[in-house]
Design a protein around this ligand. Structure first.
Ligand SMILES: *Cc1c(COP(=O)(O)O)cnc(C)c1O
Length: 678
């Protein structure tokens, strides 16, 4: 039979081309069929949340677990913000905030900062130290400083200074521009400005002279060479500098930033350098200026026992330097206090196994004990907690523009003349059963891939291929429905997650979530509405850059990190908003202009005591003209060049004068507009 022979040829042929062409089930190589939104892709959730209440849907996303008490799902299905400083206040619906902003002309994608979240995080850190100091009878005080590099945006730094006034909060500057930012704020009399990073003579002069204005500016020496510069610069000034030394701890801490701790970390001095700096200062008669020891513990330290070991080591240097005659009064433990992004409460990359209170209590107890043992007065405790202060304070909100669905609600039947692999594919439905899901998935994918190999070699045509793809999608839909009762995270479910939908969203990963792209940072993500309804689909999120890296495919759920996010079929009559939470630390300034998507709109809100919110600040996102000028184009030149072409086409009769007008208007309006989908 010719068909039979052809079949065998095809199989032989295709099984040897499999290596060459690597037919793949990866989403990127599959045709992006846009199906109508119908099928119930994740009946799994339907089954689990029989009563459909908002609380149960909230539980799917684990909102209570990672939410730090900032969020709540309203009976309307809206995700709402709680006022952390007034737990009895009515929560603010996020979709209502977004539509209110839209009515004022502020569109998504937008970065929403919540002033009260920032204030509450600062109060949490400060309060934890204050109560640990009181509880343990520590005989000095705590002073927080905010490291500007964590979020340099004026609106954020201004608020930190404002909120921090009552807590003597200061600022940490790691560069000359950051020192300029710090010095342009009026700070409380007791607040510190801690200068880290590499410093030149100008930096040192500025920092030292600023003391005449009443700033407590500490120059933290990073190397013996910097000590030379300080000695040189300060001998001509009639004000003495406040000096610190950055001591490199040998204890390494775990987590993503392990390399920023220990012997091989790039900043700070080893014992030999430390001795040399003290000798230099003593020789220059400046040892009495040395007031602060800086020992940075790391960043996002996951395990509290690493904190304990590092602080213990830091205290050894403190007591030894004191014994050498340095009149140290401040111990600065730098950054490292982590933030629990996933809510797992364990020593993992995006989580921590301790609370802010435990961190503070450990620091205070260890330092107090070490100083008592060495019979040294308790120093002022300083930390430079950036992430823990800023992470929770902002969220990114964007809309889903479109969905590429990986299922088919109806079957397509093989037609007369179709290749009989098509019948083999259809036949999978005959033995589809709960106990044969993996087998059926394997078979369906195998036959589909064989068909693809035939298509590439011109053995079957486009319409037949489309029928095969649809049949495969339909089988997937059936398999998914039957997999509802299989455990989450099982092999079959992981495979099905890899074939989930793609929701195309109006944002740029590279601009707004750089750490998600660069270092697999996890942030909680949920839809902002419809949370009273069971999410019926699962999707990964892709951004609007033309980059296959511009996607999010790891999601924090209540019980695990999943490869797809439960989402709803897109409603037809309203926008579907998504929120990415805890993006206040490190995400805002590292972003790049991939595809020239610029800054998003930014708003800061504050809760009003009588309910509702105050729009404390608004900042329009970049226009296309602005991003063009960042990459050295002159927007006016672009308009001139375009107009010249338009005029030529009009003169030669290829454009009518009304077409000319429309084209020029579209060009000008584009240049003046938002870089995102409008
Ligand atoms: C980055 C940095 C910080 C902030 O660290 P977090 O872990 O975000 O608190 C503090 N101090 C110095 C010197 C830093 O470089």
């Amino acid at each position: 039979m010719p068909g039979e022979k052809f079949f065998h040829d095809a199989v032989r042929f295709s099984s040897c081309v499999v290596q060459d062409f690597t037919p793949s089930v990866s989403a990127h190589t599959e045709p992006r069929e846009i199906c109508p939104v119908t099928a119930d892709q994740t009946a799994r959730f339907a089954r689990k949340s029989a009563d459909d209440s908002a609380a149960i849907v909230a539980d799917i996303y684990g909102i209570d677990r990672w939410g730090h008490g900032f969020f709540e799902v309203l009976p309307s299905g809206h995700l709402a913000l709680r006022n952390p400083l007034d737990p009895d206040a009515r929560p603010l619906s996020l979709p209502d905030i977004v539509s209110d902003l839209q009515a004022r002309g502020i569109e998504a994608p937008l970065l929403l900062r919540v002033g009260d979240f920032l204030r509450s995080a600062m109060m949490e850190v400060h309060g934890a130290f204050s109560s640990a100091i009181e509880k343990t009878g520590y005989k000095n005080t705590y002073r927080g400083v905010f490291p500007i590099k964590v979020n340099q945006q004026a609106q954020v730094v201004d608020r930190i200074v404002e909120y921090g006034r009552a807590m003597d909060f200061g600022l940490e500057a790691g560069s000359k521009p950051e020192l300029v930012i710090a010095l342009s704020h009026s700070l409380p009399a007791n607040a510190l400005i801690v200068c880290n990073g590499v410093k030149d003579a100008e930096f040192i002069q500025l920092a030292t002279l600023s003391r005449k204005l009443g700033f407590n500016t500490v120059i933290v020496l990073e190397s013996p060479k910097e000590a030379d510069t300080v000695i040189q610069v300060c001998k001509d000034l009639d004000v003495e500098p406040m000096l610190g030394v950055r001591v490199k701890l040998t204890n390494t801490v775990g987590g993503k930033w392990a390399k920023s701790s220990g012997d091989r970390s790039t900043f700070g001095m080893n014992t030999e350098q430390l001795v040399s700096v003290m000798d230099k200062l003593r020789d220059a008669n400046m040892l009495h200026c040395l007031k602060l020891q800086h020992s940075h513990l790391g960043s996002q330290v996951p395990d509290v026992n690493d904190v304990r070991r590092s602080v213990t080591e830091a205290c050894r240097y403190f007591t030894e330097m004191t014994r050498e005659g340095a009149p140290l009064t401040h111990l600065d433990l730098g950054g490292g206090l982590g933030f629990d992004y996933t809510g797992e409460k364990r020593a993992a990359e995006n989580s921590i196994n301790y609370t802010v209170d435990e961190y503070a209590t450990n620091v205070v107890e260890i330092v107090g004990y070490a100083m008592d043992e060495a019979k040294i007065a308790h120093p002022v405790l300083v930390t430079e907690s950036g992430r823990a202060v800023a992470a929770s304070s902002s969220m990114l909100v964007f809309t889903v523009l479109e969905a590429t669905l990986y299922d088919a609600p109806t079957m397509s039947l093989p037609q007369a003349g179709d290749h009989h692999l098509m019948s083999d594919l259809a036949a999978v439905a005959n033995y589809l059963a709960a106990d044969r899901l993996q087998e059926c998935l394997n078979d369906a994918t195998f036959y589909r891939d064989e068909m693809r190999a035939l298509f590439r070699r011109n053995y079957i045509d486009l319409r037949q291929m489309a029928r095969a793809e649809r049949l495969h999608m339909w089988l997937l839909t059936r398999i998914r429905a039957l997999a509802v009762d299989v455990e989450d995270g099982s092999e079959i479910n992981e495979q099905l997650e890899e074939m989930s939908d793609i929701y195309h969203c109006n944002f740029s990963l590279f601009q707004s979530l750089p750490d998600v792209w660069a270092i697999d940072q996890l942030h909680p993500i949920t839809p902002l509405q419809m949370l009273d309804q069971t999410p019926d689909r699962r999707a990964i999120l892709s951004d609007i850059t033309c980059d296959s890296d511009g996607k999010i495919d790891q999601f924090i759920l209540s019980d695990r990190v999943a490869g797809a996010l439960p989402v709803h079929s897109l409603p037809e009559d309203q926008p579907y908003y998504m929120g990415v939470f805890f993006v206040g630390a490190y995400q805002e300034t590292l972003g790049d202009l991939h595809n020239l998507f610029g800054d998003t709109n930014v708003v800061t809100i504050e809760f009003l005591p009588e309910g509702g919110f105050d729009l404390a600040h608004e900042q329009e996102g970049d226009t296309i003209a602005e991003v063009l000028s960042y990459v050295e184009y002159d927007p006016a030149d672009c308009i001139t060049a375009f107009r010249r072409m338009v005029d030529r086409a009009t003169t030669s009769g290829r454009l009518t004068s009304s077409e000319r007008r429309d084209l020029m208007r579209a060009f000008r309006e584009s240049i003046a507009g938002y870089t995102y989908y409008e």
